[in-house]
Design a protein around this ligand. Structure first.
Ligand code: ZN
Length: 816
């Protein structure tokens, strides 16, 4: 999914000693043991006395009360000679009764769960069962959306989110990922709603009391954190992959127009993953369901992915943000994470790095090589940014999200660059097949290199996975003649700081020399020493136009390679790979307009990739020269939305004579462009605002961003009804993005009443962290004013709160 797990620490390799890493955070040096050398027992796989084999979960709900009542039966076999008690995770679960092999059993329930006493004790070789009858009002793991909304406008849903260890809050279980079991879910609920869970649907039975019983069952084992349910009002679009995998694409029936853009590539993505991994989709079918107010981007529950409904988009929203990347991310997890699963969360790079990697490859298939290079570049930027904070290895318990997702994904690109695409594909196919429906750790992947290719690339795993940091190369070249041969001589020095954690890097790196006559020479060399000399003979005696180190930007690194403007210009216009052209344009950022203008306008006119044109726009936006203004005019109608977005975001003062040009962008197909330009035009030309509001009156945007902005603009002009409309959009009847946008607009307007405070309080105690964080920030801003503070206090005193809610709210109100 899109979150960081509790930790990742290595234990697979030899423990040699204790070495320390100097990590710098907030200006102070701190000493931290590194993963490789330090044993952290809390990250060992959890110990357990029984192998859970099967779970049958039978549930009913009273959604208005946030109540789940259930019967769960676990079938298991002991992992010890005798087992006389078993503990099941279940904080807050009220256990009514327990059966052991069908007979009442003694049990005791504490804060964290229930211990069941087995009499007679279970023996090796037995298959036994325990059945709990229970109730719970979970605050985590299971979420009831919209059932308390008194206006009747809110969507009504129930959905779960198990990862990391939250499923234990709504059913008693052994809740660690180092045990895999077959699960079965039986849910009885109001027939007006549809119910999704993991696996194939066994039956759907309409009962006389207006309820329907839905029965789902897995045919292969998975870990408990991947168990899911999703309930709401949905339609289901059925498709099949080329290999016949049944796809169930859930959608909100009132938005049939969103099915096509949202699920445009869903079937193709399954074909792609099967080809790329060489392993057929491992489950009986694949369902995807959008839900409101989801905690993260999406979650790869086995055979049933949940995603936030902000990604359930129409054709226009698709231009700004769409489901493609997340779709492939969660689909890739069906192999990497669900089919083969880390023994502990410390192995989460074996899930997340792969799930981050495959969407890039898929993007290459549907959009081409440039899009792939761009995605790689964004990952490199993120990983290198994190290295400014500390240099924890990917496998360290404190690696952090960016290392496990972006850096790990970049390492997989480098793995293919180093060993070959086909070779790595073969390794991964064997790794998946060998550990099918099983548990893995990092050494299993390493062993697959040995088994499949006969290679022991310890150095690669060591420098990129077990140790930290990235290389910094200082590169220069000379045009020289030696022994009668003209040659381009590159000198490469590795100049990053080295210690026990970060060593010299060994990587195959490309070098290329492009000549003025448009010919070129290139080579690829293993660079591993502190200083290396690489010669490329120039046999045709050609004049050098520009030289490239690591063309295509495969290596995760920083580089210092000074270049003349003439070289940058030639590179920006002529380098065969997009990312090298982009680097040259980026290197012009600090140059004065007169130096770079003609080069940049030429780049804009001939460059095929939008993000390069977008960078040209950012560099020319404040340039008053006529040729620069002409580029901006072209940019305002550019075919790529990223170019138009770049223009709208970068423009500060709109010259009066260009007003009409920018006004045309109020009709742009991209909602973000419309929102951005509406904000800027209204601020700069207040007399024209009514016309702008009319022009955009039919656009709402994702999370009602444009609608909220229209209300904000018109409230700012004194229309009080617009403040009231914003208050309605901020209320609990709406999804979290709309509410977030409305709160922020109300705060900028400094508009507040008791109803808005009530909405803020609801948001500040909401399970969705993004809504909670934004609402808390807004409340803090209001609370700096004493009149508002009084109102906050009154509403708090008048309301009925649970203890945990009162605690959260009081802390914020009293802190100001
Ligand atoms: Zn993920």
């Amino acid at each position: 999914m899109h979150m960081i797990h509790p930790g990742n620490v290595l234990r697979t390799f030899v423990i040699i000693g204790i070495v320390h890493l100097l990590g710098v955070q907030a200006g102070t040096a701190q000493t931290v043991p590194t993963a490789r050398w330090y044993y952290e027992p809390q990250y060992e796989p959890q110990e357990h006395q029984a192998d859970m084999q099967h779970m049958r979960l039978d549930l009913r709900f009273v959604p208005e009360q946030g109540l789940v009542s259930g019967t769960v039966t676990h079938r298991f076999t002991p992992l010890r000679e005798t087992v006389d008690s078993l503990f099941f995770n279940g904080p807050g679960i009220r256990v009514k009764s327990v059966l052991y092999n069908g007979k009442p059993a003694r049990f005791s329930t504490g804060d964290e769960g229930t211990t069941v006493y087995l009499s007679p004790a279970a023996q090796w070789g037995d298959t036994d069962s325990i059945t709990f009858q229970y109730e719970a009002n979970p605050r985590r793991g299971l979420y009831f959306i919209g059932w308390k909304d008194s206006t009747g406008r809110s969507r009504k849903q129930i959905w779960s989110q198990g990862q990391g260890i939250d499923n234990r809050h709504w059913f008693p279980c052994y809740d660690a990922q180092n045990d895999k079991l077959i699960t079965e879910t039986i849910i009885t609920f109001d027939s007006r709603y549809s119910v999704l869970s993991n696996g194939g649907r066994v039956s759907m039975h309409h009962n006389a009391d207006g309820t329907t019983t839905w029965h789902y069952r897995m045919s292969h084992p998975h870990s408990v954190y991947l168990v899911m349910i999703g309930i709401g009002a949905y339609g289901i679009e059925e498709r099949r992959s080329r290999s016949g995998v049944a796809l169930h694409l859930w959608y909100y029936p009132e938005y049939p127009d969103r099915i096509e853009p949202t699920y445009r590539y869903s079937a193709e993505a399954v074909d792609f993953m099967e080809e790329e991994t060489g392993v057929p989709y491992p489950w009986e079918s694949y369902a995807q369901i959008p839900v409101q107010d989801f905690l993260y981007g999406a979650m790869e529950n086995t055979s049933a992915t949940v995603f936030g409904d902000a990604l359930f988009v129409d054709r226009r929203a698709f231009l700004d943000q769409n489901y493609i990347g997340v779709n492939v991310h969660e689909l890739a997890h069906q192999w990497f994470g669900d089919y083969v699963t880390g023994r502990t969360p410390r192995n989460s790079w074996l899930h997340e790095s792969f799930a981050t990697f495959y969407p890039k490859l898929f993007l290459r298939r549907i959009e081409g090589e440039d899009a792939y290079q761009w995605a790689r570049k964004k990952e490199h930027d993120a990983a290198l940014e994190t290295s400014k904070q500390n240099l924890f290895p990917i496998l360290h318990s404190r690696a952090g999200r960016t290392r496990v997702y972006e850096k790990g994904s970049a390492v997989l690109d480098m793995m293919r660059h180093t060993f070959g695409e086909q070779a790595v594909r073969k390794v991964l196919t064997q790794y998946l097949n060998k550990h099918a429906y099983g548990l893995v750790e990092s050494n299993d992947l390493y062993q697959s290199f040995q088994d499949v290719l006969g290679l022991s690339p310890w150095w690669f795993f060591e420098q990129w996975i077990y140790r930290g940091g990235e290389p910094h190369y200082v590169v220069s070249y000379e045009d020289i003649t030696l022994a009668g041969v003209r040659r381009t001589r590159f000198t490469v020095r590795q100049e990053h700081q080295r210690d026990d954690l970060v060593g010299l890097f060994r990587m195959p790196i490309g070098f290329a020399v492009h000549y003025a006559d448009r010919s070129m020479d290139s080579t690829r060399v293993m660079i591993e020493k502190e200083t290396e000399i690489v010669d490329i003979p120039n046999r045709r005696n050609a004049q050098i136009a520009f030289a490239l180190f690591d063309p295509g930007n495969w290596i995760l690194k920083t580089v210092s390679f000074p270049k003349l403007f003439t070289e940058l210009r030639a590179q920006a216009l002529r380098a065969p790979q997009m990312i090298d052209r982009y680097d040259a344009v980026m290197a012009m950022r600090e140059l004065p307009p007169d130096t770079k203008r003609s080069a940049l306008t030429e780049v804009f006119r001939q460059e095929s990739f939008g993000e390069v044109r977008a960078e040209v726009v950012r560099q020319l936006v404040a340039d008053p020269h006529a040729s620069a203004r002409e580029i901006l005019r072209l940019a305002s109608q550019d075919r790529a939305p990223e170019v138009r977005r770049a223009l709208v975001n970068a423009v500060s003062a709109i010259p009066r004579e260009e007003r009409e040009l920018f006004e045309q962008m109020l009709r742009d197909s991209s909602y973000e462009v419309v929102e951005g330009i509406l904000r800027k035009l209204s601020a700069q030309f207040p007399a024209e605002t009514d016309r702008y509001l009319k022009l955009t009156a039919s656009d709402n945007g994702v999370g009602n961003a444009i609608r909220v902005l229209r209300h904000e603009i018109s409230a700012g002009k004194g229309h009080t009804s617009s403040g009231d409309s914003l208050a309605v959009l901020a209320s609990p009847a709406n999804e979290f993005r709309t509410r977030t946008n409305a709160f922020e607009a109300l705060c900028r307007l400094n508009h507040l009443d008791a109803g808005i405070v009530e909405s803020l309080y609801d948001a500040m105690t909401h399970p969705n962290g993004r809504l909670r964080g934004s609402a808390t920030d807004v409340a803090r801003k209001y609370l700096t004013q004493s009149a508002h503070k009084t109102l906050f206090r009154q509403v708090l005193a008048a309301g009925e709160w649970q203890e945990w809610q009162r605690k959260i709210l009081t802390e914020v109100v009293d802190a100001q």
